[in-house]
Design a binder for this molecule. Structure first.
Ligand code: ASP
Length: 617
């Protein structure tokens, strides 16, 4: 028989009672986390969001209440009423914040029963993720999940408070809207009242936030859901949350200062202190030093060790003397086993035949003088791993393929880029596989970085045209406008000056992960039109897709810019979680399925008919 709550009021949460509360009357309510039956003594660990308190039912005190307590099972919901008592010295539990006290219960109300759950919140071993996601409400009761979701709340609140104090308004933008290009497919919503037409769920509020700047709101932010239908990679969510902001008349540095400010607040909310301002690095520099546009600064940069070899050495090794010879150094990893060496080979060779991978050990045996010079130049210490990546003297398709123009501004040639990229990938694989295992990375070691001056366009070999590297509303560098003008004349040419146009775009990177990206925007419609043209969009097409936006740009648009950062990822890092699904209350699987509600599902014929939608079998 279940009891009614009646007019009973909770006096304390389950995690708050301390020795100083001894003697007080208390009413606790929560879930039965664990029960231990010692004959005439029955112990219940009672749990809520704040923690656990031991409740004790004693036959000597009250036989009826004790008998009732014996019917309790895991996850029953109860109210326990009694007196707070100090525990005997030998039963104090120093691992529990409430471990010095217990509640000696003289009344029990069973507010609800529970079926035996497929797993228990108190289980130490985790059940498989599918079961966890199907019974998410049980999974979320686990203290790790409670901590993760609390961290999420605290982080979001710190960001809201910070940005509000800086004069930003939080403004909502529509979910049922038109396509905003961010490089993914749209989720579409059919309209019933206008059959055959569709809303798109926003991939980001990009155009709306720019329009808010045109509307005079000066500083906008939103902690906002975005929707992207991507081929799902391991840790992606079709809907995810961004900290999105936009401001008028900014220099890139003004945006960076705002981001550094709210990240400081967010990290402080989770108990971490970070240093600002973050270092900055040019895109070209990042490629040259790390082979990637999101360098992990916890590991040393590349060293070009070409000059450590004699001309004969290079010839014998079939290394191209005109290209960099990159030494990758991973500290404190020690020798690779034969198997580990074999593991990295396919990874490397799959990146095209123009590069060679050289095991340092082999070099050291055959060319001791060169090896010594390399160790010295790379700053190697005993126990460090060095791997070399270089260009091959053999011709290969990778070298003869189309190459983009090299601007006077760009310091890296396409052939060099190929070497740097390979070395960057190899460095990442090595770091992940070995450095973590050997504890080169320490928790709480946060290395932030701004990467700036990205290329404006990327050549798409498949489509044979230029694509926006960021999104098409990003402003080119003012100094590169001439290149843009010239480039528009050579749209389908991989050697077009378009390849040399730099964007006023920036990414904020943390330990090798991109946390967010943004840019100064185009505020002039003539420049915006030219960019659409460079992207191969006709005047009509641009009008059809973005007419409203091009029109808005014609009514006094102030210079503006902004950024968006992934909230889920930030929380994941701060909570020390392994996947985004651990910090999103109701996430989807890698196949974009919600296992708890079982979505997506087919819908009825009638519903489809009403929408004017037919499903092809
Ligand atoms: N809308 C961009 C994105 O979602 C961010 C920005 O440029 O502000 O990546």
């Amino acid at each position: 028989m279940l009891d009614f709550l009646g007019d009973l009021k909770r006096t304390h949460m389950c995690g708050v009672l301390r020795a100083a509360d001894a003697g007080k009357r208390a009413v606790l309510m929560g879930w039965v986390n664990r029960r231990r039956d010692h004959g005439n003594l029955l112990f219940i660990d009672l749990r809520d969001r704040t923690g656990v308190t031991q409740v004790v039912f004693n036959t000597d005190r009250d036989r009826v209440v004790h008998a009732k307590a014996e019917t309790l099972r895991n996850e029953y919901v109860i109210a326990a009423i009694g007196t707070v008592k100090l525990r005997d010295a030998n039963t104090i539990n120093p691992n529990m914040p409430t471990g010095e006290v217990e509640l000696a219960a003289d009344e029990l109300r069973i507010l609800n029963e529970s079926k035996l759950p497929p797993f228990l919140p108190s289980d130490t071993a985790l059940t498989n993720e599918e079961t966890r996601l199907k019974y998410r409400y049980i999974d979320l009761r686990r203290d790790v999940m409670q901590f993760n979701i609390e961290t999420r709340h605290k982080v979001a609140k710190a960001i809201r408070d910070y940005l509000s104090a800086q004069g930003f308004f939080e403004i909502e933008t529509p979910f049922m809207t038109r396509s905003t290009p961010e490089g993914a497919r749209d989720y579409l919503v059919p309209s019933r009242v206008q059959p055959g037409t569709f809303y798109a769920l926003p991939q980001s509020p990009q155009m709306f936030k720019q329009i808010l700047m045109i509307s005079g709101f000066d500083k906008y932010f939103q902690i906002v859901r975005c929707f992207r239908d991507e081929d799902l990679r391991a840790d992606r969510q079709p809907e995810f949350t961004q900290i999105d902001l936009e401001m008028t008349y900014p220099q890139p540095e003004s945006v960076w200062a705002v981001v550094e400010g709210f990240l400081t607040a967010a990290f402080a909310a989770a108990g971490y202190e970070i240093k600002t301002p973050f270092p900055r690095m040019d895109y070209d520099e990042a490629i040259r030093l790390y082979g990637i546009d999101k360098p992990d600064l916890r590991l040393p940069p590349f060293t070009d060790v070409r000059e450590c070899f004699s001309a004969e050495n290079l010839q014998e090794l079939a290394i191209n003397p005109n290209l960099p010879v990159i030494a990758i150094r991973i500290p404190k990893v020690g020798e690779l086993s034969r198997k580990e060496r074999d593991d990295i080979k396919p990874l490397f060779h799959s990146k095209g035949g123009a590069r060679v991978y050289e095991d340092f050990k082999r070099i050291a045996n055959k060319y001791p003088a060169a090896a010594e010079a390399i160790s010295k130049k790379a700053g190697a210490e005993p126990g460090d791993l060095i791997v070399l990546v270089a260009g091959s003297t053999e011709k290969s398709s990778a070298q003869s393929g189309p190459q983009s123009a090299v601007s006077p501004h760009r310091k890296v040639t396409p052939q060099e880029l190929a070497i740097y990229n390979s070395a960057g990938l190899l460095r990442l694989a090595l770091a992940q596989k070995y450095a973590e295992r050997h504890q080169c990375f320490q928790r709480g070691d946060f290395r932030f970085l701004w990467v700036t001056n990205f290329p404006m366009f990327e050549w798409d070999e498949h489509e044979k045209q230029w694509m926006a590297a960021h999104h098409p509303f990003t402003s080119p560098h003012e100094q590169d406008m001439k290149l843009l003008e010239e480039g528009v004349e050579a749209l389908h040419d991989p050697l077009s000056p378009l390849g040399a146009v730099r964007a006023l775009a920036y990414d904020v990177v943390l330990n090798g992960t991109e946390l967010g990206s943004g840019s100064i925007r185009i505020h002039r419609q003539d420049v915006q039109r030219r960019i659409f043209r460079a992207l191969g969009m006709s005047e009509e097409e641009a009008k059809a897709r973005f007419g409203f936006f091009l029109e808005a740009l014609e009514y006094g648009t102030p210079p503006h810019g902004g950024i968006a950062l992934g909230l889920d990822r930030i929380v994941m890092i701060l909570a020390g979680a392994e996947s985004l699904r651990e910090v999103i209350p109701f996430p989807k699987t890698a196949r974009a399925v919600d296992l708890m509600v079982d979505a997506p599902t087919p819908v009825s014929e009638a519903q489809l008919r009403e929408l004017g939608v037919a499903v092809k079998k």
